[in-house]
Design a protein around this ligand. Structure first.
Ligand SMILES: CC(C)(COP(=O)(O)OP(=O)(O)OC[C@H]1O[C@@H](n2cnc3c(N)ncnc32)[C@H](O)[C@@H]1OP(=O)(O)O)[C@@H](O)C(=O)NCCC(=O)NCCS
Length: 168
């Protein structure tokens, strides 16, 4: 029997290309048909390996989850950006490759991200998700998040509602 090891760690410079691949597959999978095609491909193309190498080098904290040595997903975390919300931490992004979704890895990566934020002294947590991203809403509700605020994000003239979930 093969044992698959699951590892969650901070991203390193050598992860940039694999994260760019996860980003592309996960974003196209999650947002095709929601975010207009041109805006979506534009966002994906901007975030190639060089962009991710820069993000890893800069202050941004990027976490990765590996299963059996393959990079299955990533999360980016840091200070909450919405002044109107009192929670101090934020998960900016949490994405898994489509073939690794639905087997509990998201739950583990979310828990690790939350722990990392509270470990750096940030109290409380916010995550934003597009309202049409039903899978994400179900995931955050299942993880105990309370939907507290709404906002709007515009992609190529299309306004999409987004929802903030919080944890104290
Ligand atoms: C959302 C995401 C991070 C969840 O991670 P995951 O590994 O697929 O989820 P898990 O297997 O850990 O599931 C945890 C719980 O969430 C629920 N859940 C996860 N995805 C779901 C979906 N698409 N629809 C309904 N429920 C879902 C699971 O049923 C599970 O609940 P249960 O324990 O009661 O069965 C992942 O599916 C993903 O990357 N999706 C595409 C990108 C995305 O939308 N990211 C979030 C952007 S804000």
């Amino acid at each position: 029997m093969n044992t698959l090891t699951i590892d969650i760690r901070k991203a390193e410079a050598g992860d940039a290309a694999a994260i760019a691949e996860v980003h592309e597959a996960a974003w196209l999978g999650a947002y095709s048909g929601i975010i207009p095609h041109r805006a979506l491909t534009g966002m994906v193309n901007r975030r190639g390996p060089d962009w991710w190498a820069g993000a890893i080098r800069r202050a941004a904290t990027v976490l990765v989850i590996e299963i059996g040595g393959k990079l299955a997903g990533y999360a980016t975390i840091g200070r909450n950006r919405a002044r109107e919300l009192s929670q101090q931490g934020e998960i900016y992004e949490l994405y898994l490759r489509p073939e690794y979704q639905g087997i509990g890895l998201g739950r583990r990566l979310f828990a690790a991200a939350r722990e990392k934020l509270s470990g750096s002294g940030l109290k409380g947590l916010v995550v934003w998700a597009l309202e049409e991203n039903r899978g994400a809403l179900a995931f955050y509700e299942g993880a105990g998040g309370r939907d507290i605020a709404e906002g709007v994000e515009v992609f190529d003239h299309k306004a999409l509602r987004k929802i903030a979930f919080i944890w104290d």
